[in-house]
Design a binder for this molecule. Structure first.
Ligand code: ZN
Length: 234
């Protein structure tokens, strides 16, 4: 599309910052202030998620992009509320973090933590899918839909805490695709206690995946993670 058309479209549908929602030039994803804030709160490496990966988690490595606070938190909420810009921005940053924990050439495909059909209909898209597609495009790895499903239930994930998160995670299932020997990158927006990603990873491995690398756009602070894990263990 040429520049004139883009400018005309921008008058009709103004581009907005993927984090704070302020008006932006048509070719930007987030504003300078939010970008500066994100750079102040990077999550370069998630020690908690990578520590004793085999003993503690079913996944083989983990990558995260930002701490879940400030502009990053606003970006995740905006992504669930119709603005897709944060997914495109975070996807590129996340791809860099993934390169630090694994060789992209070893990845067979990129997939994501799904949402229910009903929520997808209401929201119009799956935010984790947007993120996964941005990551996949940056890493030049194909995406695969339909490896996991989420059963419908009354409670949304952000409404549960601690032990309930483990029960909530039980709603995610594999779909029986033959993933024998594959290395799969599994994307989500927020890594909190890890219960959803643990369940999804186990399901992918039950369908034959040899390795699963998890990638989350944001991670909650370590103290909160430790508390969440302790709550689940107790
Ligand atoms: Zn902004």
């Amino acid at each position: 599309m040429n520049r004139l058309k883009m400018l005309a479209l921008d008058c009709l549908y103004p581009n907005r910052c993927g984090c704070c929602g302020s008006r932006l030039a048509y070719d930007r994803l987030i504003c300078a202030a939010c970008e500066a804030e994100l750079k102040e709160h990077p999550a370069e490496y998630c020690e908690w998620a990578n520590q004793n990966a085999e003993a503690k988690h079913p996944w083989d490595a983990a990558a995260v992009a930002f701490q879940y606070e400030g502009a990053a938190k606003s970006g995740v909420l905006a992504m669930k509320d119709g603005c897709r810009n944060f997914a495109a921005y975070a996807g590129v940053v996340l791809a860099d973090r993934i390169r630090a924990v694994t060789d992209p050439e070893e990845l067979d495909c990129v997939t994501w933590v799904p949402i229910t059909k009903k929520r997808r209909r209401i929201q119009g898209y799956c935010h984790a899918e947007l993120l996964a597609r941005a990551v996949a495009s940056s890493l030049h790895v194909p995406v695969r839909d339909g490896l996991l499903t989420e059963q419908a239930g009354r409670v949304r994930q952000h409404q549960v805490s601690g032990r309930e998160r483990t029960e909530y995670a039980g709603r995610f299932h594999g779909t029986g695709c033959d993933l024998t020997g594959q290395t799969i990158l599994l994307c989500d927006d927020v890594l909190t206690s890890g219960s959803t990603l643990r369940q999804c990873t186990s399901e992918l491995k039950a369908d034959g995946a040899a390795r699963v690398i998890i990638a989350a756009a944001t991670v909650r602070l370590q103290t909160e993670q430790s508390n969440a894990v302790e709550t689940e263990k107790s």
